[in-house]
Write a protein that binds this ligand. Structure first.
Ligand code: ZN
Length: 187
């Protein structure tokens, strides 16, 4: 890739990181450590980038932006204008409909898992890994063991529905699940 193209890709990724940081500036993770929300977005984008055999800049950008429709009031139209229709479509594909009750959104994630595109599966898998890691390292203070177990089981049902999960991320997901079961005496 020529240097000028490379600079363009780096700038596009950083511009998405900056946009995401601004849009989620007032949000924190739900765990007791209450980390800045942007930590989660960068972790998901990093997981996606390490799992790809070839650079897919739009997929890394969409990973940085994956929660901004759902949690930060950004529209798909705004994303299409700023980052292009491919990124906007990817983010829309991984976004729940927040007008629905939470249990219904969770049910739909399981139901829709077999239908989503390979690239959307990659983002969702990275998102689930990050969420499970957070529950292991800094669980919400009001979550007991049963609540954590239920969340892990639901995440597994979603991921098991994927038709073509990225193998690197699938392996990481499985090992994160396994560490929950190994550590259960402590949680
Ligand atoms: Zn997320």
């Amino acid at each position: 890739m020529p240097d000028s193209d490379l600079i363009g890709h780096v700038q596009a990724i950083l511009s998405a990181a900056r946009f995401a940081a601004e849009k989620h500036a007032s949000q924190r993770r739900k765990g007791k450590a209450a980390e800045p929300y942007v930590n989660h977005l960068i972790e998901v984008a990093h997981l996606v980038s390490t799992a790809l055999k070839e650079l897919d800049t739009n997929l890394v950008i969409a990973a940085l932006l994956h929660d901004c429709i759902e949690d930060a009031g950004v529209t798909a139209g705004e994303l299409a204008r700023l980052f292009g229709p491919d990124v906007a479509d990817l983010v829309a594909e991984v976004s729940d409909d927040k007008s629905l009750p939470k249990q219904e959104r969770k049910r739909l994630q399981v139901e829709n898992a077999p239908k989503i595109s390979m690239r959307a599966q990659t983002i969702k898998l990275a998102d689930k890994i990050s969420n499970l890691r957070s529950i292991l390292s800094s669980p919400p203070t009001d979550w007991d063991f049963e609540r954590k177990k239920e969340y892990f089981a639901w995440a597994k049902r979603v991921v098991d529905g994927f038709k073509a999960p990225n193998p690197v991320l699938k392996a990481e997901f499985e090992s994160t699940l396994a560490s929950f079961h190994t550590d259960r005496a402590e949680i």
